[in-house]
Design a protein around this ligand. Structure first.
Ligand code: SAM
Length: 159
């Protein structure tokens, strides 16, 4: 299976980079992992609605450049569908069995994801109703994908 993670903005914290590298290394045994970072738009704290919309559209265009028609697009959205790790693993496994082997996860930047990307989404996935920072969220997603492959392969992993 090919897992691609498209993210908006760079990782600035060393400890997060180390955690990402660790999970990327672990995932090597289970899938082909690609992480793509697209440039984020810098907008002021007090940006107007129009400025936000423009910034979201620019980030969205950069993301769309990487999407292929056959990709299963999984958008990470706070208001998406919540599930437990077993169901998450099962859904990934089912896509694999159906021959849909290119899963593309998209994590928004600090201002979220634009409507065009959300509209194109095949699977809107929420990890809870809480808001996590986008840099940390990359680690959380990688850990859950790793956990999913451990579950799919019937391997033990700490609970
Ligand atoms: C700081 S959040 C963006 C917050 C923005 N106000 C919004 O409503 O999307 C950055 C990104 O992290 C991801 N994210 C954060 N918390 C999440 C959660 N609980 N479930 C799913 N994705 C989450 C989403 O992709 C989000 O676009």
């Amino acid at each position: 299976m090919n897992i691609r993670i498209i993210t908006v903005g760079k990782i600035k914290e060393k400890y997060l980079t180390l955690a990402i590298q660790e999970y990327a290394k672990r995932l090597n045994s289970y899938c082909r992992l690609e992480i793509i970072e697209v440039k984020d738009e810098k907008i002021p704290e007090n940006a107007s609605e129009a400025q936000r919309t423009k910034a979201l559209q620019s980030e969205g265009k950069r993301i769309l450049n990487y999407l292929k028609e056959q990709d299963i697009l999984v958008t990470l959205e706070i208001c998406g569908d919540q599930m437990d790790s077993q169901s998450f693993a099962q859904k990934i496994e089912t896509y694999g069995i159906q021959g849909k082997s290119q899963l593309t996860f998209v994590i928004g930047g600090s201002i979220g994801l634009c409507p065009e990307i959300k509209k194109r989404s095949n699977w809107k996935l929420s990890f809870s109703e809480m808001t996590f920072p986008h840099q940390l969220f990359r680690v959380i997603l990688l850990e859950q994908v790793y956990r999913a492959f451990k579950i799919i392969n019937g391997e033990t992993y700490h609970k």
